[in-house]
Design a protein around this ligand. Sequence first.
Ligand code: ZN
Length: 400
Amino acid sequence: MKKRRKITRKRKNNTTKVLASILVLLIFTLSIALGILFIQNQFENKNLRHTLGKGKYAEEKIEKGFEVLLVDNIPTIKIKKETLQLNSSLFTTDEQEKIKKQFVYNIYSQKDMLGDLYKDGVFLNELSDFNSYFSQSSFDDEFITLTHPNTEGLPLFIQIPYNNSANFINFVFKDKGFIADTIEDAPEIKENPIEIDPNKPMIALTFDDGPSKKYTLEILNKLNEYNAHATFFVLGNRIKGNEDIISAIVDSGSEVGGHSWDHQYLTKVDDEELDKQFNLVNDLVKQATNGRYSIKTFRPPYGAVNDHVKSKSPYPLIMWDVDTLDWKVKNKDKVIKNILDNAKDGSIILMHDIHGTSKDAALEVIPMLVEQGYQLVSVEELLTAKGIPLENGKVYYNAR
Ligand code: ZN
C-alpha cells in the first residue's frame, strides 16, 4: 500500500515534470515566434516609413487611413472605397480638380494590373470613362473624397503597388507645386538640392549595373549623410521589384542614369534593339517615379560606342577618367587607393554598386573625399557646374 502510493506520487511527479517541460518549451517557442513577428513588424514599419518619406508627413499619411501592406514582398497600398480623403483647406478648387485627375490617372494607368474594370457591363477602357466614373467623387469644405470604382464584379478594394501610388500621395501632401494635370506635366523633383560652388573642386562618383537590393541604399545613405550626390547608371532589367530604390535615389537628389536594358554591346546590335536598349530603361525609371523623373545621361555598357551608336543616342554618353577596376580586384583598399591616387577636380569615377567590396570602398571613400575638400556631385551636376553643355550622342570622359 505504502509502496504503491509512492509509485503513484512518483508518477505524478514525472507527469508534472513533463508538463512543466512542455510549458517551458511552449513559452520558448512562443517568445521566438513573437520575436520574429516583432522584427518583421519593425521591418515593415521601417520600410513603410522609408518609402513614405520622413517625419511629419509620414505620420500624417499613416493616420489618414491608407492601409499599407506587403503583398509578395511589395509594399502595397490598399485603397478601400472612399478612403482617400484630403484636407480641402490645403488646396484651391483648381488644385482639387488636379488632384482628382491625378488620382484617376494613377488608377487608370494601372488597370492592366488591376484586371478588367467595368461598370454596368461596360469596360472602362478609356481615360474618359474613368473620369466620368470618378466624377462621383466629392469635395466639401473639409475633405476631398475620392471614390474608387466599386461596381459589381470588382474587388472590394484596389491594391496598388505602393511605389506606384506613393509618389502621387507624397506630392499631394508634400508640395502643392507637384500637382499637375497629367503625370507627364508633373514637374521634376529635386528633393535634396545641394549648393555647388563652381570654384571649388568636384568629383562625380558613378555606380553601374544596379540597382542592387543589397548595396545601393547603403551607399545612398552615406551620400545623404555627407550631403553628397552621385550618379547610378542602372540596368533596365534590374528595375522591377527595385522601384523603391530608384525613387530613393531620385528623392535624395542623386542622379539615375541609363546603362541599357541588359548590358549588351551597343555596337553589336541592330537599330531596333539599339532603340530598346536606350529607351526601355527610361520607361521603367519614369514608371518607378510616377513620371516625375527622366534619365538625362547614359553610360554604354563596356564603354562601347561607335559613330553609329553616337548618332542614335538620345542621351549624352558618359565614360570615366578613373576606372577603379572594382569588379576585378574585389578589394576595398585597392579601390580606395585607386580613387585617392587618381581622382582630381572634374573626375568621373567608375564603380559598381553590385559588389560588397565596392560598397565598402564607397562608404569609406565618401567621407575621405569630402574631407579633402571635394564636392561630390552627380554627372549632370558636374558638367553643368563646369559650364560644359550636355549634348546627345556626345562622349564625355571628365569635366575638364
Ligand atoms: Zn556595366
